[in-house]
Design a protein around this ligand. Structure first.
Ligand SMILES: [Zn+2]
Ligand SMILES: [Zn+2]
Length: 130
């Protein structure tokens, strides 16, 4: 593994959240000021291809990278674009039965308004359950 690739892996692990290539580039420059943005993109592609990272595409938002490879879905804030993990443990067995695949690979994005944005945008509170 190259030094650059190890650095990117460490950045994603320690961030504990989903990062865009741009954010990874800025963080990487703090420890490796000479790193080129092309190097970041090349390594992200390689790491995604070999299953080290997950690439998450959302409608209208930037691509994010995820170091969490266990199966999970994402909540995507439609105001700030922030991504959060959501566990859907019941989904894998269901998809497994439906597809006949032992470990079905799925992509689940749920559009929502995150708690921080909900506070800033009054009137968009989720209505209380009856
Ligand atoms: Zn938000
Ligand atoms: Zn995730």
């Amino acid at each position: 593994m190259t030094r650059q690739r190890a650095l990117i892996a460490r950045i994603l692990r320690t961030a504990g959240r989903h990062l865009t290539a741009e954010e990874i580039y800025h963080l990487a420059r703090q420890s490796m000021p000479s790193i080129a943005v092309g190097t970041i993109y090349r390594n992200l592609r390689l790491m995604t291809e070999c299953g080290e990272l997950r690439r998450i595409e959302t409608a209208g938002g930037p691509v994010h990278y995820d170091a969490n490879r266990s199966p999970h879905g994402h909540l995507v804030c439609r105001i700030c674009g922030r991504l959060e993990d959501v566990a859907v443990p019941f989904l894998a067995p269901y998809l497994s039965r439906a597809t006949g695949e032992a470990e079905p690979d799925y992509d689940l994005s749920v559009s929502w308004i995150c708690p921080a944005c909900r506070q800033r945008e009054p009137g968009k509170e989720i209505p209380a359950a009856p």
